[in-house]
Design a protein around this ligand. Structure first.
Ligand SMILES: [Zn+2]
Length: 203
């Protein structure tokens, strides 16, 4: 089609009639990725993780520092933590809890997820003596938060060692893996975004 002045006017008319008729794609109510911060975790770490989750997953991130205000310095059980987090999630939402230490959970991996909530245990990320505020630990936290959020969203663990969804069992494996998903996991994420109706045609 030749886009001369008349055709451009015609296109404009069609587009506006679609918009007025409610047929234009609109952003549906989007699931929120809640980032629950328990205890005195630095603003730099929270902002870094918030940025990573927002850019890699594409869902809005809401930071919440009041999940377990009374237990800020003591370790809590995974059950208490997950129940408290799930109570704060809307129907379509998912969440990640950042916590310094947790009771009972075997320290096999640095993060885990159950139902729609993932948990990242920060003390495990510096068990080699690395300073909590170091760039290296910040990067580890961003990788594990991305993994925990991906699992909470409904993605599965990935066998590819460089993918952020891979389960690292040592700090070296964690340092070696990437801060993003591999192409098959990105494809699965895009399917989930469609499934969760991030973008839909209004009725
Ligand atoms: Zn992957």
């Amino acid at each position: 089609m030749r886009l001369d002045g008349i055709n451009l006017l015609a296109c404009g008319a069609v587009l506006s009639s679609m918009m007025f008729a409610g047929e234009w794609p609109v952003l549906a109510e989007c699931p929120t990725n809640h980032l629950f911060v328990v205890g005195p975790i630095s603003t730099a770490m929270v902002s870094g993780i918030e940025y990573t989750l927002g850019t890699e997953l594409g869902f809005p991130v809401a930071v919440n520092r009041s999940l377990l205000a009374s237990t800020s310095s003591a370790a809590v059980s995974p059950q208490t933590l997950l129940m408290a987090a799930n109570r704060n999630l809307g129907d379509k939402d998912f969440g990640v809890v950042l916590i310094d230490a947790i009771e009972g959970e075997p320290a096999r991996s640095f993060s885990f997820a159950c139902h729609r909530t993932g948990v990242v245990v920060l003390e495990r990320l510096c068990s080699d003596g690395e300073a909590r505020s170091s760039e290296r630990v910040l990067k580890r936290a961003r990788k594990e938060a991305l993994r925990a959020a991906g699992l909470a969203l409904g993605l599965e663990q990935c066998p590819f060692p460089l993918c952020a969804l891979n389960e690292s069992t040592t700090l070296q494996e964690l340092d070696n893996k990437g801060l993003s998903f591999c192409p098959p996991c990105i494809a699965r994420l895009m399917n989930l975004q469609v499934e969760k109706e991030m973008l839909q045609l209004s009725k």
